[in-house]
Design a protein around this ligand. Structure first.
Ligand SMILES: Cc1ncc(C[n+]2csc(CCOP(=O)(O)OP(=O)(O)O)c2C)c(N)n1
Ligand SMILES: [Mg+2]
Length: 402
């Protein structure tokens, strides 16, 4: 059979073609297939906790798993999102405590992973975030006010996923992974060059959808990056009770895709690892599983009390690894982050926070009957009856108040 003739799916020739392609994936890096699919022995880290560049021996790289340091220009642009992301997290956390927002799952401490997930993608690529990933959605260019209406509880969804190529923030765990796989497959059938990045938490990796998404993506060699933020907890369930695997990145090899583990608080390492995964996906060498080793610094949401399941000393240990402080020190060290640039970025972040405060403190007129809009194109008789009942109750309340 010539190289240009596709093998008939399911035949021995097809199996041989797949095997050859898989072998080539490792060969391109001078390593075996197994070495290519398995994560490097240690997690990839480029910048130390004190903000200094690590030596090649300390970076965790090994043959076939080398990751060049991104340029100062790339890092500075991403750093701007990092500062804004931290400010948004802390502003929203405060707004919840003030009763101005219904709920906010903060990613304080995870902002480097959030930002890297967004900025590694090209304009036509798609991001599939979870409820935790507001900072990634904003870093992708969605207006923070449009994101926050869902958390304020005033509207189902405030931005158009198709306009921004950002899916809705999924609350049912892991559904977004299958959506990412489906979109990648559909784009391929249409001949479109699209990479999908699906975000997921450590807890989500125990869901059946996780297995199905990885398997389908690997079998069909789809350009999808599964980006796991291992923040050590699924609400109160610690990682030790979530998985007995050596790491979550090791889960990749069983499905036939490549996995890598990266310091999730090191923006430079994240951009390097995710950047290579995006490039390889575009070259037809996807999918990938990337595990970010990070930590949720604040409560799961405002309904959670983390002091009931973790020690202060553990939180303190992770505070020392803060992604923002680390990148500030690094970029100051290289001279890229001058006082002037820093002041401008801080001002940009304050402007975003002020807009959020103003919007969330404004009283909104809500029509409870809107709850029934957009559920079905043609209302079901049951919903129509419920709507009529609510309308009647509302009019009675209005009469009593008058
Ligand atoms: C299918 C499904 N089951 C259960 C839940 C309830 N739930 C919400 S968040 C959560 C924990 C998820 O933890 P993880 O995946 O680690 O993400 P994190 O919140 O740490 O970002 C659970 C069990 C849900 N939202 N969806
Ligand atoms: Mg988690």
């Amino acid at each position: 059979m010539s190289d240009s003739t596709p093998a008939v799916p399911g035949t021995a020739a097809d199996e041989a073609a797949k095997a050859a392609a898989s072998t080539n994936a490792g060969a391109a890096f001078g390593i075996s297939l197994e070495e290519y699919l398995l994560p490097a022995t240690r997690r990839i880290q480029l910048i130390g906790e004190d903000g200094t560049l690590l030596s090649p021996e300390e970076q965790g790289t090994e043959p076939g798993h080398e990751y060049p340091l991104p340029s100062d220009e790339t890092l500075l642009e991403a750093y701007r999102h990092l500062v804004i992301g931290r400010r948004v997290n802390d502003q929203n956390y405060a707004l919840v405590r003030q009763g101005r927002m219904a709920v906010y799952p903060s990613s304080h401490g995870q902002e480097a992973a959030e930002v890297a997930a967004a900025v590694c993608l090209g304009q036509d690529d798609w991001l599939f975030p979870t409820y935790r990933d507001t900072v990634a959605v904003i870093a992708r260019g969605v207006d923070p006010l449009d994101v926050m209406v869902a958390y304020q509880g005033t509207w189902h969804q405030g931005y158009d996923p198709k306009e921004h190529r950002v899916s809705v923030q999924a609350t049912p765990l892991t559904t977004q992974m299958l959506h990412a796989v489906g979109l990648a497959k559909a784009a391929g059938l249409r001949g479109e060059d699209v990479v999908c990045l699906a975000m997921v938490g450590d807890g989500g990796t125990s869901e059946g959808d996780f297995h199905e998404a990885l398997n389908f993506a690997a079998v069909f060699k789809l350009p999808v990056i599964f980006f796991v933020q291992n923040n050590k907890y699924a609400i109160s369930v610690p990682f030790a009770k979530q998985s007995a695997a050596p790491s979550l990145a090791h889960k990749a090899v069983g499905y036939g895709l490549a996995g890598e583990r990266v310091d999730g608080n090191d923006l430079a390492a994240l951009l390097a690892v995710l950047g290579r995964a995006v490039d390889l996906c575009r070259a037809g060498q996807g999918p990938f599983l990337v595990e970010a080793d990070t930590y949720r610094m604040q409560a799961h949401t405002n309904t959670d009390d983390p002091t009931r399941y973790r020690e202060d000393a553990e939180v303190q240990m992770w505070a020392e690894r803060d992604p923002l402080r680390r990148m500030t020190a690094y970029l100051q060290g290289t001279g890229a982050l001058t006082d002037e640039v820093s002041e401008q970025i801080t001002q940009d972040a304050e402007d975003v926070a002020a807009r959020l405060r103003d919007a969330m403190n404004a009283e909104v007129e809500l029509d409870p009957l809107e709850l029934f809009d957009h559920v079905y194109t043609v209302q079901t008789p049951q919903l129509a009856a419920q709507r009529a009942q609510l309308a009647e109750e509302l009019s009675r309340t209005e009469t009593q108040e008058a």
